[in-house]
Design a protein around this ligand. Structure first.
Ligand SMILES: [Zn+2]
Length: 97
């Protein structure tokens, strides 16, 4: 019982239900920690989920380890410039200016 996957147990200890992430916008370097931990209370992000940088409004995607990378062309195409996203981007840019 004791010797099955101690590594996983350690990881679970280190990350309790409260999501602790260290996600930095690859475009502007803004730390999204606060934004993401707020969002994670409602819905935990999954790898491949999309996010918006709350500073430069870049469209980002979560990597497998829940870091952030810029969305690729395919993902941007899939979003098809969703009105909700455009509205959110406009809001972020308005706040930043
Ligand atoms: Zn950014």
């Amino acid at each position: 019982m004791q010797d099955n996957n101690p590594e996983i147990e350690t990881q679970l200890d280190a990350t309790p239900n409260d999501l602790t992430m260290s996600a930095i916008c690859p475009k502007c370097g803004y730390s999204m920690d606060k934004v993401l931990s707020d969002a994670a209370r409602e819905r935990k992000p999954q790898p491949g989920d999309m996010a918006l940088c709350s500073k430069c409004a870049a469209i980002l995607a979560f990597t497998d380890d829940l870091g952030l990378r810029c969305a690729n062309a395919q993902e941007l195409d899939d979003l098809n410039f969703d009105v909700t996203i455009i509205a959110a981007q406009m809001e972020i840019r308005a706040e930043a200016s």
